[in-house]
Design a protein around this ligand. Structure first.
Ligand code: MRU
Length: 375
């Protein structure tokens, strides 16, 4: 997508003069500064995922895939398999909730299972597979946009030229993937076709991915939007100011329970109470067909309490600073995600199409289930 009118992906490879670096947009300092970082080792990649220089389900997966590509260069010839399996373990341990991470690392391990092949061939395969995973992520998101646009178009037909009001939570735009995004891809596709849209952007405490990333993305693409406090959604729905909700997902079970950024569940409850359709958009790599009951089974990341106790932003002088917002003695807890049960989800939008959030609905689109191989 565009930054200052120039096309960027969120991750790409820079190679030359015997040097290789994975380049990323530093999401820790957006929207105040736009910075590109070089990640040159597996340790750099582990830190970038853990400390959220990159974040969002699809981008975490693609970054881990490039991490495995770097692992293939760090591995010794004799202990190649043991070395890359060790890197795989380190990468998988960075963040627990998004299924794309383990999926991408496992896909790299499978592709690198090349008994008899030399080091050069293994490294070449590592590069090709990582690029394929990144390209597939972008293409899946583009197609999610095409499918989701139809839903927005239908609502627009009934609004006599008035904008379709779409509420979203967290950031499931292009910054959360390699390109396009999941929840925001239908919005971009509709906007491109001149369908009037307007987005209510939840700020998304504690890390404010809505305020700092979703709002920035939408502003860069010129999409009309307003930032709202996390607690405003219910009020807007009661007053007919939300036509639909679209969120992304970090892991979706085979019956359609969806883990997404903390607070999503409350939006789904408010949407049901107010008859507002609630959609979840995801690429296939976000499904976890080994799980059924999302509330019981999906691991929920608990992050540092400091993310709740402190907040950072730009001062009037332009410096980025962090301030404490609670008493010195107050502890805090910080769960990163919650699970919205399938019964609150109107439909799932994936690159394969739109389906009911149920075992039957998902099964009709994904008959291969666990043996899914789509890139
Ligand atoms: O903790 P993050 O920023 O990596 O959170 C993940 C997310 O961006 C959201 O939960 C998002 O809506 C789904 S990921 C596309």
């Amino acid at each position: 997508m565009k930054v200052n009118g120039r096309h960027f992906r969120t991750i790409w490879l820079k190679e030359g003069a015997g040097k290789r670096a994975v380049q990323i947009i530093n999401q820790q300092i957006l929207p105040h500064q736009f910075e590109i970082l070089d990640l040159c080792t597996v340790a750099d990649i582990v830190r970038a995922i853990k400390d959220m220089y990159v974040r969002g389900a699809g981008l975490i997966g693609a970054t881990a895939a490039y991490g495995m590509y770097l692992a293939a260069y760090e591995a010794g010839e004799k202990a190649f398999r043991a070395d890359i399996e060790n890197s795989a373990r380190l990468l998988k341990a960075t963040r627990p909730t998004a299924s794309n991470l383990a999926w991408a690392v496992d896909a790299m391990l499978t592709a690198l299972d090349l008994p008899g092949a030399g080091l050069a061939e293994k490294r070449k395969t590592a590069l090709e597979t990582a690029e394929k995973i990144a390209d597939s992520d972008a293409e899946c998101c583009r197609r999610i946009g095409e499918h989701g646009r139809g839903i927005i178009e239908k609502i627009a037909e009934k609004k006599n030229g008035e904008a379709v009001n779409i509420l979203t939570h967290c950031n499931a735009g292009w910054l959360a993937f390699v390109d396009y995004g999941s929840a925001l891809s239908p919005v971009y596709a509709a906007f491109e076709r001149n369908i009037p849209v307007h987005v209510w952007v939840d700020e998304t405490r504690p890390r404010n991915q809505g305020a700092s990333l979703t709002a920035w993305e939408l502003a860069e693409q010129g999409v009309p939007h307003d930032l709202i406090p996390d607690n405003a959604g219910g009020h807007l729905m009661q007053h007919g100011m939300v036509d639909m909700v679209i969120t992304g997902a970090d892991r979706v079970t085979r019956r359609g329970d969806a883990a997404n950024k903390i607070g999503t569940y409350l939006k789904a409850l408010a949407a049901r109470e107010n008859n507002v359709p609630f959609y979840v958009a995801l690429p296939s790599s976000t499904f976890d067909f080994t799980m059924l009951d999302g509330v019981a089974e999906i691991p929920i990341e608990e992050r540092d309490a400091g993310e709740v106790r402190f907040i950072s932003g730009k001062t009037s002088g332009g410096a980025i600073e962090t301030v404490q917002i609670c008493p010195d003695k107050s502890p805090a807890r910080n769960w990163g995600f919650d699970v919205t049960p399938a019964r609150y989800i109107m439909a799932l939008i994936s690159e394969r199409g739109i389906c009911e959030a149920s075992e039957e609905g998902i099964g009709a689109l994904y008959s291969e289930g666990n043996s899914l191989n789509f890139f």
